[in-house]
Design a protein around this ligand. Structure first.
Ligand code: ZN
Ligand code: ZN
Ligand code: ZN
Ligand code: ZN
Length: 195
């Protein structure tokens, strides 16, 4: 899915618009022959349903897609876009190619991970912070870990059974070898020599 056109400052060249979603190209790819460009997600989804270019119906498959020319990428990266979190109060307008970096640290991001200040050790999305309850979180952590511990105990029990079985088999084999040696010293010696 491309970027919503309303988020951009100034004119956006028509060549930078995805014909499928009508947004500004996101991770653009172009069709080999006709050179029409689309968002990666848009064209991938489209081609999964029909093997044609959405603009001119030329036959194409995902194998015909290639990256767009550098000039197009440069034009895209210079566009100025409002932060995803504008509706939460971020007023920043930045170059498209620095958007991803900013989103990682935008303090208006409602999902920005915050470490709990009360010391429980959890990192919580900002919008869940006010409902965060250390005791409740820790209790559910203990619960899941107890479950895991229980599963591990069962697993260890199973493995001990297998080990005991193997030990028993080994003992039987040793007994058998001993019996062989006693009843037929010549054969057993030659077996021993071969080993
Ligand atoms: Zn698109
Ligand atoms: Zn085309
Ligand atoms: Zn922001
Ligand atoms: Zn906490």
């Amino acid at each position: 899915m491309g970027f919503d056109l309303t988020r951009f400052q100034g004119e956006v060249d028509e060549e930078l618009i995805c014909p499928i979603c009508s947004g500004v190209l996101e991770e653009p790819l172009q069709a080999g022959v006709c050179e029409h460009a689309f968002c990666r997600a848009c064209i991938t989804e489209w081609l999964s349903r029909q093997p044609t270019c959405p603009v001119d119906r030329n036959a194409i498959t995902t194998a015909n897609l290639r990256s767009v020319p550098r000039i197009l990428r440069n034009l895209l990266s210079r566009l100025c876009i409002a932060c995803d979190n504008a509706m939460y109060g971020c007023t920043l307008v930045l170059k498209l190619d620095s958007l991803a970096l900013h989103l990682g640290e935008c303090e208006y991001n409602p999902k920005r991970p915050l470490p709990c200040e009360k010391g429980c050790g959890f990192v919580i999305p900002k919008d869940e912070y006010k409902d965060h309850n250390c005791v409740r979180e820790l209790r559910s952590l203990i619960h899941t870990q107890q479950q895991k511990l229980g599963e591990l105990k069962v697993e260890i029990g199973d493995q001990n059974l297998t080990i005991n079985e193997l030990k028993r088999e080994l003992q039987l084999f040793k007994d058998f070898m001993r019996a062989m040696r006693v009843s037929n010293p010549v054969v057993s010696r030659s077996i021993a020599d071969q080993q």
